[in-house]
Design a protein around this ligand. Structure first.
Ligand code: GLP
Length: 263
């Protein structure tokens, strides 16, 4: 796995946004897998800025979001569909018909999950999947114990995830305990994966994911099986990595290698 350690969350967002912008412009990234949460927000802001400055168009790009709360309509402020519309889709030229988020209001969630998988396949798979990481090592809403071969399905959220996400809900608001999420197998099918981690709250999960054993106990550790993962972390999230200095060294060598042979 490529591990890129940046001095700040701002530098993480710059790096990830530039990677996405270049990939979309070069038409390498035609189908994006997108994530919610606070970590990717500055990335989306940079994509919006690039669109406003006429540096990019998303008119021919399709998107699939990782997950959605079961029971929340698209109009609910905390639904992930609302989040994506608000922060990215409505501010750019994405064709809404090409943006997919699991249907939180489905009356047949099991079939909706199967349809979601089928739609991903129909569009030729995901070119690049953006991921955050939960403090318990979850990706999407694949909580500890998730099958490493899982596909899109309904998951029960852990107490910790419910607590971590409670800050987004009003005290009297119903916070769902179930979610629809792409599976770990679905995520591993993406051609490229970009995982972002910022802040000291993510340091333990990142260490387990990168330097611990592959285990359903830390769902993100399954990414060790993927051949094209780039983990982009700020110093705070990278603080517990035993190999931190080596990752910095490798990245420096990588940049020199690219400059020498490919520019
Ligand atoms: C939620 C999402 C995840 C996300 C995680 C971390 O649980 N389902 O996809 O990675 O939150 O969120 P944050 O970036 O706000 O820490």
């Amino acid at each position: 796995m490529r591990v890129v350690i940046k001095p700040s969350a701002v530098a993480v967002a710059d790096f990830v946004a530039n990677t996405l912008i270049n990939g979309v412009r070069e038409q390498v990234f035609k189908t994006l897998g997108l994530a919610t949460g606070s970590t990717p927000l500055p990335v989306y802001q940079r994509l919006v800025d690039a669109y406003r400055e006429n540096r990019i168009s998303f008119a021919d790009v399709s998107t699939f979001n990782l997950d959605e709360y079961l029971g929340l309509p698209a109009s609910h402020l905390q639904s992930y569909r609302y989040f994506m519309d608000q922060h990215l889709f409505s501010q750019t030229d994405f064709n809404r018909d090409n943006t997919f988020v699991p249907d939180g209001m489905s009356t047949d969630p099991i079939h909706s999950c199967e349809d979601y998988e089928q739609e991903i396949r129909r569009r030729g798979g995901i070119d690049v999947q953006l991921l955050g990481i939960g403090r318990n090592g979850h990706i999407g809403f694949n909580e500890p114990g998730s099958s490493l071969a899982s596909r899109t399905r309904v998951k029960t959220l852990t107490e910790q995830t419910i607590r971590d996400n409670a800050r987004f809900f009003k005290p009297d608001e119903m916070q769902p305990h179930l979610a629809l999420t792409m599976g770990i197998g679905t995520i591993l099918d993406a051609k490229h994966i970009l995982l972002l981690a910022c802040g000291d709250g993510k340091a333990g999960a990142l260490k387990q994911m990168l330097e611990g054993p592959v285990s359903s106990h830390c769902p993100a550790s399954a990414l060790q099986f993927h051949s094209d993962v780039c983990v982009v972390a700020d110093e705070a999230a990278a603080a517990k990595l035993e190999q931190r200095d080596f990752y910095l060294h490798v990245e420096k060598e990588h940049q020199q290698f690219i400059a020498r042979y490919y520019t």
